[in-house]
Design a protein around this ligand. Sequence first.
Ligand SMILES: [Zn+2]
Ligand SMILES: [Zn+2]
Length: 134
Amino acid sequence: MRLDGGCLCGNIRYSIDSLPIDAGFCHCKVCQRSSGAPVVAWLTIPFAGFSYTGGTIGVYASSKDFQREFCSCCGTQIAFRAKSQPKSIDITLCSLDDSSQVAPQYHIWCQSSVNWLHVNDDLPQFMDSGPDGP
Ligand SMILES: [Zn+2]
Ligand SMILES: [Zn+2]
């Protein structure tokens, strides 16, 4: 499976050449603050199948175990990496050129969900990182 994506300004381009592991919505406070949005949809893929193909990436260590990667020009958040899980990387689903190719399957960190966001899909909702979380 080949997926391509990039940032708002076109500086960052990336490609994915592997089957996704999974995808889900994250309602955590760090995702909210780093995006300014109530929820961020993430696509988890094997790290070996991911490569930046253009641009200059900025890196922010949101804690000693986690880092977020973004376009250093326009600020679009592209990736999330956990030191405890070096074999996978999370990509913002909506930075894909065609975000409809993979659909989220769950919600995590619902304990931080804003009270005016009403989720009424049938996906499982976890208060914490869920069964696959770090
Ligand atoms: Zn950009
Ligand atoms: Zn999050």
